[in-house]
Design a protein around this ligand. Structure first.
Ligand SMILES: Nc1nc2c(ncn2[C@@H]2O[C@H](COP(=O)(O)OP(=O)(O)OP(=O)(O)O)[C@@H](O)[C@H]2O)c(=O)[nH]1
Ligand SMILES: [Mg+2]
Length: 159
């Protein structure tokens, strides 16, 4: 018998740090992106792998732009759990709020990872509305601080 395989889909608003999170977990992660005038943005998906104990975790990152809802729906098929990445240097936006509401109604394990906590303008405590009702953690996808530990904590608690 092989070890358990877990599909986790990474959601979050545009520019929240989803691709950076997956890259910090798996340096060999793949990303399909395009170059907008300012920054590269995910147009299809990110893919990365991690091992938590004996469990094999497959991370699928979604595009944050609103117009890629159809991609998010395709990537969501067969997921065992989800992580919402939140940019804590911004205010809570409608997309993040509705992603959390949709996941909460699906009876699937999901986590809220409060990202960019390295930034001076980060204020993770303003996200209690979405972070206090499920597994949550503060991370920096840029420095890698607490990223693997948070994934590990989520997987160990729910899978
Ligand atoms: N300071 C800081 N910047 C971050 C952090 N994580 C991501 N960023 C920056 O935020 C920007 C967006 O990061 P991405 O990982 O591309 O975000 P994304 O959510 O995948 O973006 P889309 O795929 O376009 O929705 C980049 O400039 C990153 O360097 C973090 O923890 N701290
Ligand atoms: Mg991305």
């Amino acid at each position: 018998m092989g070890s358990e395989k877990i599909k986790i889909v990474i959601f979050g608003a545009y520019n929240a740090g989803k691709s950076s999170f997956i890259r910090s977990i798996d340096p060999r992660a793949r990303n399909v992106e395009t170059r907008t005038p300012d920054v590269p943005t995910t147009v299809a998906l990110d893919f990365g792998r991690a091992k938590v104990g004996e469990k094999k975790v497959y991370l699928f990152g979604t595009p944050g732009q609103e117009r890629f809802e159809f991609v998010r729906q395709i990537l969501s098929r067969g997921m065992h759990g989800a992580i919402v990445i939140v940019d804590t240097t911004r205010d809570l936006d409608d997309m993040t709020r509705s992603l959390c509401a949709a996941l909460a109604s699906q009876n699937l394990p999901y986590a809220v990872f409060l990202n960019k906590c390295d930034a001076a303008s980060s204020s993770p405590h303003t996200f209690l509305e979405i972070s206090s009702v499920t597994y949550s953690s503060t991370i920096s996808a840029l420095t890698g601080e607490n990223t693997f530990e948070s994934l590990q904590g989520f997987v160990e608690e729910y899978f």
